[in-house]
Design a protein around this ligand. Sequence first.
Ligand SMILES: Cc1ncc(COP(=O)(O)O)c(C=O)c1O
Length: 376
Amino acid sequence: MASNSATDSPVPYVDIGGQFQDDRDALMPIIEEILASGQHVGGVWEGRLEAALTQWCGTKHVLALNSGTDALILALEALGIGPGDEVITPPNSFVASTAVINRVGATPVFADVLADQNIDPRAVERVVTTRTKAIMPVHLTGRVADMNPIVKLARDRGIAVIEDAAQAIGSRYDGALAGSIGDVGCFSAHPLKNLNACGDAGYLATDRDDVADYVRLARNHGLMDRNTVTRFGTVSRMDSLQAAILEFRLGRLDDTIKRRRANAAVYRDHLDPDLVFSPPCRNMEFNTFHTFVVQVDHRDALREHLNGMGIGTAIHYPVPIHLQPAAAYLGHGEGDFPVTEEQAGRILTLPIHQGLEEAQIARVAAVVNAFLRKRR
Ligand SMILES: Cc1ncc(COP(=O)(O)O)c(C=O)c1O
């Protein structure tokens, strides 16, 4: 029986094209202005975005860059991390968190995660050595990792903290904004992020003048002025179009986060806690729900069932980084990080984007509950 009811229409995992349609009238004049200005790189928009972002990141400096990956690489470089150094990070993340450590010639050292998928501070403590130069927690799903013990450990040992806040713009922990807790915070503005560009983009936040000075030069060939290079750099600037689009969307970020949090609350109210595990919110945190990841039995069958019902899902991430072929040189095998490995087979990311309505979220939850009840 066909039905047009909103409650059984498809629920797309993302709707980036739809977001553009909503923004279209406001964005098109901005895009035209930039194209007509001829200042496609190095215009006024980059600086304007940086000024606007300092409030969201809660730091003295914010530097606009061309990706979250480059933000992480430049942060590591700025802290002088390279061959012979170790950086501790979780094996459950997007591959960039580990890849950047490899890129600067340092050694990634993994620490397993907790039930909430974020790095376990006690596991970090167990793998610190005299070669550890930085700890890089990842605020996965928009939930800030348990930073107090990590920062304490790092300060006691003289180790830097680089927050991979790619998924966590606007998230808070114990009153502090994600990205402002450690030495450097690195953010992605990839199209799938809560604050998203129309292409690759990222930014770096820090209170440290030395880090900001390094990144400001390094992102633009190391040029002090038009003709003077004191230290060779790279090209990692944010272009004018992405900067202006992000400045515009920053004005809507409060609303985006509000809607995502409301959708998360609907999931919490409707999903059966006996069948579906979703990490509880701590009192000290403000989660921006970049993703809504649950842990379930029969994950693959459930995903297929949801797909058949027109409900889009994702898995973040099906293969832990330590088991990726690229990480073979580190010598890890199955069983080394049991929590991450167990989660890899159980995690499922449900649709939560700001364009979804309560009835759609409630429908997803009902389909999940019904499927799992039958399998129990
Ligand atoms: C946790 C994490 N770290 C780093 C990155 C890299 O960011 P970008 O894609 O902007 O280079 C991402 C982006 O997907 C991410 O989710």
